[in-house]
Ligand binder design. Structure first.
Ligand code: ZN
Length: 196
């Protein structure tokens, strides 16, 4: 993507060396070409782009629950790798741009469903002793695995919660577009970003 820029600057140098043009002409040439140069250099988030995204994710009370911490999340835009509303929110952002995006619970980890909380006999855990706050998986005959959290262990019964721990919360993302580049044909074919 810098090829065109380098060529343009080379042309400028040739103009200066061989045509003996005034600095005024060069200045005018630069102004005429500035927009083109900008278009060549600046990439914005869009379909078929590989986006390096830095984010800090927090709950409505400000508690930080996840962060890229200088290690951007690299993904193919439009391939459904992130929450659709988050994707919508960053579309059109330029490299280096920052923004706050707040997702409603239904657009993030879901609404909190009270019926997803159940009490089951502890013997379902077999030899394992369920630990409050730990995540487990329920295995179903069809081969499905559904995660749940243990909320309480009491009198031989275990209260389990199939809600995501962040269900019912608005989720705030502070995002920064660290980099944007065109996806390669292979990346488009595979539907994901390749890391160098
Ligand atoms: Zn691949």
């Amino acid at each position: 993507m810098y090829g065109k820029t380098a060529l343009a600057l080379g042309e400028l140098l040739l103009l200066y060396l061989y045509k003996n043009v005034s600095t005024f002409d060069i200045l005018r040439w630069c102004l005429n070409n500035y927009k083109n140069l900008e278009e060549v250099v600046m990439q914005v988030v869009d379909n078929q782009k590989i986006v390096s995204l830095e984010y800090v994710m927090s709950l409505d009370d400000g508690k930080i629950i996840d962060s890229t911490q200088g290690e951007p999340f690299v993904f193919l835009f439009g391939a459904g790798e992130i929450f659709p509303k988050l994707e919508e929110g960053i579309k059109g952002m330029a490299e280096g741009e920052e923004k706050d995006i707040v997702l409603e619970p239904e657009d993030a980890f879901g609404e909190y469903d009270p019926e997803a909380v159940q009490t089951i006999p502890q013997q379902y855990f077999g030899d394992e002793t369920p630990v409050v706050g730990m995540q487990y998986y329920a295995h179903f005959e069809e081969g499905n695995e559904i995660p749940f959290f243990v909320k309480e262990v009491k009198d031989g019964n275990v209260t389990i919660d199939f809600n995501h721990p962040f269900a019912g919360h608005k989720i705030r993302f502070h995002v920064k577009i660290a980099a944007v580049r065109d996806a390669s044909p292979e990346e488009l074919e595979h539907g994901h970003a390749h890391h160098n």
